[in-house]
Every structure is written in structure tokens, then in C-alpha cells.
Design a protein around this ligand. Sequence first.
Ligand SMILES: [Zn+2]
Length: 246
Amino acid sequence: MSISNPVVTTSIIVSNIPVQVVRKSIKNLHLSVCPPDGHVRVAVPVQMTDDNVRLAVITHLSWIKKQQAKFQAQTRQSPREMITGESHYLFGKRYRLEVIEHRGRHEVVIKNNSTLQLFITPGTSTQNRALVLNEWYRDQLKARIPDLLNHWQPVIGKEVADWGIKRMKTKWGSCNISQRRIWLNLELAKKPIECLEYVLVHELVHLLERHHNARFKAYMDKYLPHWQQCRDILKREPLENENWVD
Ligand SMILES: [Zn+2]
């Protein structure tokens, strides 16, 4: 820390959260969660040690997470215009959208593990761009579900007669027990793959137990010990009219 530069910025990681630490000539610690992405910044007196900063951040962890969830909600609610530069998610990973007009079929291509290239014919409406992307999301889910079923059906000892993907406003998944048919929400393509697995296992467990009772929870604990973490991820980013998994 040099005397000529009284403001020194460093960064530390606390409970998996990156924290920007700004040391300056102030008396009290000031913690903030900043727009637009909810990053954490803490201004502290020059002489405060990293350990003490860490402690202060940990003390306020639940508050920080609440603030971050608010920013996430704001990002989520902003309507997508389907234009270059927007963020879109596939299995929990963020991609930058690049819209490319061409004379050919509509197509979505992942480039450099960071960009979603949306190839469309000139003049394609926002709504139709969204349709192209949604069909691509559907394909991404369809490509992942068979492996998950092949793994989980023998473990749980039940098989579905049929499964499908659809857009649902209130449910992440549903199970018709008598017909042994499972529906999975298209939105799951945007969430971490563990969330898809969790919803799938949840619906398969309904073939063993209809109700969300102690027996049902015991099955979930047995098959997917981290199921509550997956549920929490989905709860943090709720559907329009969320009713929870059925
Ligand atoms: Zn259920």
C-alpha cells in the first residue's frame, strides 16, 4: 500500500462470492451489492485485514444473497429483444447472442464456447427469432434426457412410457402416474444440468410415491442427496406463476 495512493483495490473470494475490497481513509466498513450484476464491493478502513473483511462479509452473507437475487430477478424480467449482445443461457452457462442475417435456413451455432450465433433470414421478427432459439433449446434438452433416463430408470426401478418437453408457466415438471408420462419444462435448458436431473428424478420418484410426503423425501435423499440445492437454484429463478414441481 503506497502512501501516495490512498485508495487500494484488491479482491478476495468469500464463500464462492468474489468480493472487491477498496481500502481508503474511512472509519467504518461499507458493504454494497452493485448493479447491474450484483457484484459485491466493500469499502474498508486502510488498516483492516483481509481476515476481518472476510468475517464482515460472512456476517452479511444472507443479506448479500438476497440483494443478488433481486438483481438476477431484474435481469430475468427484462424482455429479450433477440438482438446481438444479449445474454442467453444454456445449462446454466451464459452466452452472448450474435444475430447473423443470411440467406439460408434458420440455425443456432455455439461458437468459441462463448457465443450463440443465431442465423436468420433478413427481416425475421423478434417473435420468430425466439421461436428458432426455443426449438434449439428443445433439441438441447432432447439430446440430454435419454442418457439421464438410462441412468436413473434402473436406479429407481421404474420406467416411463413416454416423456416430452413443453413450455409450462407454473411447473418445472409434471408426471402422469397412471400413464407413466413425464413432462419437462423447456426452461430447464437454461438452468444448470443438475436442475434438469433433479426435476427428472423428482418426476420418476412420483412413480414410487404420488405425494410429497416423508417417504417421497426419503427417496429423494437416497437418490439425489443434493436435491435441495437444485431446488434452491430453481426457486431463486422462479417461473412466471410458480407452483413448484408437481
Ligand atoms: Zn412432485
